[in-house]
Write a protein that binds this ligand. Structure first.
Ligand SMILES: Cc1cc2nc3c(=O)[nH]c(=O)nc-3n(C[C@H](O)[C@H](O)[C@H](O)COP(=O)(O)OP(=O)(O)OC[C@H]3O[C@@H](n4cnc5c(N)ncnc54)[C@H](O)[C@@H]3O)c2cc1C
Ligand code: SF4
Length: 510
């Protein structure tokens, strides 16, 4: 891996962290001790933003990040290397249930923003209205959030894709939707001069994707933030109710305020392990996942789906009405082959037509909550899809298949074990009425939200409207955990806007 920028300290260089000193121990490991006004746990969409905003306002910040450093020159098409280096548990984490849901989290400086698709959407107005009305979140309506969204969009260079960066798989998706008269939007992404190399999930090799390491982190470092990388926080420290910093193997950071931004799985587990008890009983609960299914379509024409940015379009026709959103998401051959429900000659036949494939996905706004529990310090995630949501997943597959047959699909392979491939638009429509056992579904997700929900009521919510943990002092959350419920679209911009808002409140109270 390349050397980190000045200001980011890997374990072998921790001793160089300004203001830090080693406390020598006679037995056991020496401990690096450092003081800060604010310690931020995690450097992803939430932590990276909080750190930059605070540092820019002159606040003394130390960021503690479990993952290591990787920069633009380290990124390339080697999926295995990226999964091992940038993803937690190589991207193979499961929410337990029937079926289990495979989910991914980033673990590196920059967090999941380094490996995400770059979709940059504001929170839908109906969702913000719901958070205001049902959860009593203050100043959360679209007009209140406007300035935070605008600030984030400027920082991450949110914009539409240039047409030449869009590949044939995405054009086919848009053409299919147009034929059916379905409303489609061109995605907004955090990119500048995207080359359409389709490597977003393994790190952007051109620097076009303005992930945290290229947008917020350089600002944070320029304004004096210090980043302790390769440092997993095991515990938030307390003096009575008051958080006084964090510690992990080989380090301790003392701080006046602690902001936890480990993501919606790690954050509740860390708080639970540290002894935080929320009188709401909801710490770790209210977990939403946006379960996804993926279809593999073999098309009449060559597609070469690896050329061009993924998810250039989103089919919105069934978004607000049914909570179902469709997109084309090319997946490398190794990972595609791994998940196809076939083997031997049949697998060889299908993979032999990789250049004719469109891999398309459907994201569902879920109607049920799961839970995260720390067991021995490790988060265990449980989530049970309901029969109703199961039917919606089948309906989504049917819609997506219908669209793909409109533009020349010859065969569509479903993520439902035992359900034969679809060969015609009639097959696609008939799928809607079919019952598919939940246990036969293959579900994945990359959106994890809502395990330390914000709101006005300490008996229902873990955090107040600005991320302050109700049942502790000087302790804040500023990541995807804050969502009171699912948002139905890609969550990064919402997280960044909420983190900006939390930082602004911390600055006001400095
Ligand atoms: C493959 C993939 C594609 C995605 N595509 C999109 C997309 O196109 N658009 C979109 O809006 N969203 C997308 N998302 C989701 C989005 O990236 C996440 O929702 C968002 O980054 C979450 O922000 P966060 O701050 O909550 O957590 P993260 O960004 O995951 O950051 C958490 C950080 O905290 C660190 N950490 C955790 N626990 C500890 C600890 N105990 N001690 C120290 N450090 C710790 C982690 O290592 C990590 O770096 C995608 C996600 C993935 C994985
Ligand atoms: S598609 Fe664009 S943003 Fe994604 S990795 Fe390639 S150049 Fe970067």
């Amino acid at each position: 891996m390349s050397a980190p920028p000045p200001g980011v300290y890997l374990p072998q260089a921790w001793g160089g962290l300004p203001g830090a000193r080693w406390r020598r121990r006679r037995f056991g490991r020496d401990v690096l001790e450092v003081r800060a006004d604010v310690v931020v746990v995690g450097s992803g969409a939430g932590g990276g933003v909080v750190a930059a905003e605070l540092a820019e306002a002159g606040v003394d910040v130390v960021v503690v990040e479990e993952g290591g450093w990787a920069g633009t020159e380290d990124f390339g098409p080697d999926a295995g290397r990226a999964l091992r280096g940038l993803y937690r548990d190589a991207g193979m984490r499961m929410a337990l249930g029937v079926p289990p849901v495979l989910f991914s989290e980033g673990r590196c400086v920059g967090g999941s923003t380094v490996i995400n698709g770059g979709m940059t959407w504001r929170t839908p107005e109906r969702i913000l209205d719901g958070w205001a009305l049902d959860d009593g979140v203050e100043h959360i309506r679209a007009k209140d959030m406007e300035r935070w969204f605008e600030r984030v969009e400027r920082r991450v260079s949110a914009g539409r894709q240039a047409d030449w960066s869009i590949g044939r798989d995405n054009q086919l998706l848009a053409e299919g939707a147009a034929k059916l008269g379905w409303h489609t939007v061109k995605n907004i992404r955090n990119q500048l001069h995207c080359a359409g190399s389709n490597n977003c999930a393994f790190g952007c090799p051109t620097g076009a994707k303005r992930s945290v390491i290229l947008s917020y982190l350089p600002r944070a470092l320029a304004f004096g933030a210090r980043v302790l990388a390769g440092a997993r926080v095991d515990r938030v420290l307390f003096d009575g109710r008051r958080a006084t910093g964090v510690e992990g193997p080989g380090f301790r950071v003392r701080a006046n305020r602690t902001v936890v931004c480990g993501g919606a799985v790690q954050t509740p587990a860390l708080l639970q392990t540290s002894g935080v008890r929320s009188r709401s009983g909801n710490l770790g609960r209210r977990l939403s996942l946006h379960p996804n299914i993926k279809l593999v379509a073999l098309m009449r024409e060559p597609v070469r789906g690896w050329q061009g940015v993924h998810q250039a379009f989103q089919v919105e026709e069934h978004g607000d009405s049914e909570g179902l959103r469709l997109a084309a998401v090319n997946v490398p051959p190794s990972l595609t082959a791994m998940t196809l429900p076939m083997y031997g000659a049949e697998l060889a036949r299908v993979m032999g037509r990789y250049d004719h494939m469109v891999v398309a996905g459907m994201l569902m706004e879920d109607s049920v909550y799961g839970r995260v529990r720390a067991v021995g310090g490790t988060p265990v995630t449980t989530y049970q899809v309901t029969d109703d949501d199961g039917r919606r997943l089948v309906r989504g597959a049917s819609l997506l298949a219908e669209l793909l047959f409109e533009v020349g699909a010859e065969e569509i392979i479903l993520p439902f074990e035992g359900v034969p491939s679809l060969k015609s638009v009639d097959d696609a429509r008939a799928l809607t009425d079919q019952t598919v056992a939940l246990s036969k579904m293959e579900l994945v997700t990359v959106h994890i939200m809502g395990t330390a929900a914000m709101g006005s009521d300490p008996t229902r919510h873990v955090c107040d409207s600005y991320g302050g943990v109700y049942d502790a002092d000087s302790l804040f959350v500023a990541d995807a955990s804050l969502f009171p419920g699912p948002i139905g679209i890609n969550p990064m911009e919402t997280i960044m806007a909420l983190a900006t808002r939390v930082a602004s409140r911390l600055i006001e109270s400095s």
